[in-house]
Ligand binder design. Structure first.
Ligand SMILES: [Zn+2]
Length: 241
């Protein structure tokens, strides 16, 4: 553990970018990212989450899709945790410039973080494909079985990117650019070989700090590594003054 070293790095950086993986949300009890989630969903729906969470399924069976979206995502979204709140504090202190995440539960923004690049969208960004109006998750929860736009009556598209759909290349470019300009890259809850963690290849700054709950063979690419409970570690490496 290198708590003191990481604290020194974070407290002297003024241009930190955070890659926030799924680990922290898992630690908060979001089971969408849990290994057992697949079995739970197969038991309940007779299909894998991968089959349901796809563009084809959404278009063919929207009512079933929206049942899944409500019950497995919107109703289980939870509240921002210690990691999200600490990142908010880091942003308020002028140290953290941006968060890049694949997470879809919108915890960072709910915690008040301003500059969050959500590569796969998020559950409060449900969109009318006809007129473009955006609806929060609460609207989808209240409008069953199919959430329709209150302006034009078109069925909404969920706020997240489904498999079979293209990622927003503008967001990817923006993320790569902001990572390349950072002086410190703070990677939380994923390893450096994961799809999010491998965005560290754009980093040209000084130090990579890694906080995760388990070790990985790529950890050695980081300059400072803390393994354990992410909530406990972040509280120690960025304590309230
Ligand atoms: Zn509309």
């Amino acid at each position: 553990m290198s708590i003191r070293y990481m604290r020194d790095i974070l407290e002297t950086s003024h241009n930190i970018v955070c890659l926030q993986g799924r680990g922290a949300a898992l630690e908060m009890g979001i089971d969408f990212y849990d290994e057992n989630f697949i079995f739970k969903i197969e038991d309940k729906y007779g299909m894998s989450p991968d089959e349901i969470f796809s563009s084809t399924f959404f278009h063919n069976r929207p009512a079933m899709f929206y049942k899944f979206y409500r019950e497995e995502m919107l109703m289980k979204r939870g509240l921002p945790g210690v990691v999200n709140k600490t990142l908010k504090r880091m942003e308020d202190d002028g140290r953290l410039k941006a968060i890049v995440t694949r997470g879809m539960f919108n915890h960072s923004k709910t915690a008040g973080c301003r500059n969050v690049i959500q590569l796969y969208g998020h559950i409060d960004n449900n969109r009318c494909p006809h007129c473009g109006k955006i609806f929060p998750g609460s609207y989808v929860l209240e409008h069953t079985p199919l959430p329709l736009c209150d302006v034009c009556g078109t069925m909404l598209h969920p706020g997240v990117t489904l498999s079979g759909e293209l990622l927003d290349t503008q967001k990817l470019t923006q993320a790569a650019e902001i990572i390349s300009k950072a002086d410190t890259l703070l990677v939380i809850g994923c390893n450096l070989a994961s799809r999010l963690g491998s965005m560290s290849r754009y980093f040209e700054g000084d130090k990579i700090c890694l906080i995760n709950n388990k070790e990985h063979y790529t950890d050695r690419k980081a300059d400072c590594i803390c393994i354990g409970s992410m909530e406990e570690i972040i509280t120690q490496v960025y304590p309230v003054k």
